[in-house]
Design a protein around this ligand. Structure first.
Ligand code: ZN
Ligand code: ZN
Length: 318
């Protein structure tokens, strides 16, 4: 039998293909490398005023593709989309306290997820007040929701959102990947209904403290954490800020009594022995004359580990 060159070429290509198959099959069956848990800062400015630059308080922790949203300030939905977190994928939401910069977009974020195809339960945790806020939100948007459910064959979003109010420090929730614990911390005049959260993930521990007055008990709560994410107040920037904002007579007083200065943030980080400190919920967070170096200066007097000044859409992998 004679084989022409063309057939020979075809045969050799087929043989090469056969040889290549096992490797290809292996590549297809091997599990893709697991991504490590990562935290994305969505809004890094404290306070409810909407400005250009940094967005209002919001964050998302992603563990094995499951998003855990922390605080829902104005802009959270847009920032989630920008961070490539699909809104219908939201699964858990945690709120630190009922100040508007942490809850203003809570309802609208869940609505946006529903609008984009949410079809699973969303579990939201926060202090007493979350239930009333949720009920009032659904009432405010009732006409639209009740028109769309039959018109667009959608599930009832009011049944998808399950809110659980936290009434004390202690365990909040856990699943097979993540365990969440809350610690009550004072944020005058809010003394009881304000919490810091600890997230224990397969890749390490993150403690999120936002907002709080200086509270040494947080150091014990954050002991040895891989990442301490703490709010920060830059005192020299506060006078300039109160001069910029109308009706701010008592604003400075409130800020100093209810937040933690950069120096005290450093004290907490040192005492806790955390591996890395990130400052967010920056107040003032809309003053470009305050450099990262200025934010870090106070904390550095006490804490010798790595310090990061958060920016919107910054990601930190554990
Ligand atoms: Zn705040
Ligand atoms: Zn607050």
């Amino acid at each position: 039998m004679t084989i022409d060159r063309r057939t020979l070429l075809k045969l050799s290509m087929a043989a090469a293909g056969t040889l290549a198959l096992p490797a290809q099959a292996l590549a297809q069956t091997a599990a893709p490398a697991r991504k490590r848990a990562r935290w994305i800062f969505l809004g890094t400015k404290g306070g409810p005023r909407v400005t250009t630059g940094r967005s209002n308080p919001a964050n998302v922790l992603i563990v094995d593709d499951v998003p855990y949203v922390m605080d829902c300030g104005p802009g959270v939905s847009k920032r989630l989309v920008e961070a490539k977190v699909a809104l219908p994928s939201i699964r858990y939401v945690f709120v630190t306290h009922m100040h508007s910069d942490h809850v203003l977009e809570f309802g609208n974020m869940v609505y946006g997820a529903w609008s984009a195809g949410l079809n699973h339960e969303v579990n939201a945790f926060g202090p007493v007040g979350m239930g009333a806020l949720t009920k009032a939100y659904w009432e405010s948007i009732r006409d639209d929701v009740e028109i769309r459910i039959p018109d667009e064959s959608k599930p009832d979003p009011r049944k998808l959102l399950v809110v659980k109010e936290i009434t004390d420090s202690g365990p909040v929730m856990s699943n097979d990947r993540v365990k969440v614990t809350a610690l009550r911390t004072p944020h005058p005049p809010i003394l009881e209904r304000n919490y810091a959260y600890k997230f224990e993930t397969p890749d390490g521990v993150i403690v999120y403290v936002c907002d709080t007055a200086y509270n040494p008990a947080l150091a014990e709560f954050a002991r040895g954490a891989d990442l301490l994410i703490h709010e920060a107040l830059y005192v020299p920037g506060v006078d300039a800020m109160t001069a910029r904002v109308k009706n701010a007579a008592t604003l400075k007083e409130h800020l100093l009594a209810s937040h933690t200065t950069t120096e005290d943030v450093g004290r907490i980080a040192k005492e806790a022995g955390v591996k890395k400190l990130v400052m967010t919920h920056l107040v003032p967070g809309d003053d470009p004359s305050i450099t990262d170096e200025m934010w870090m200066e106070g904390a550095r007097k006490h804490y010798g580990g790595p310090i990061v000044v958060a920016r919107d859409l910054m990601e930190i992998e554990l």
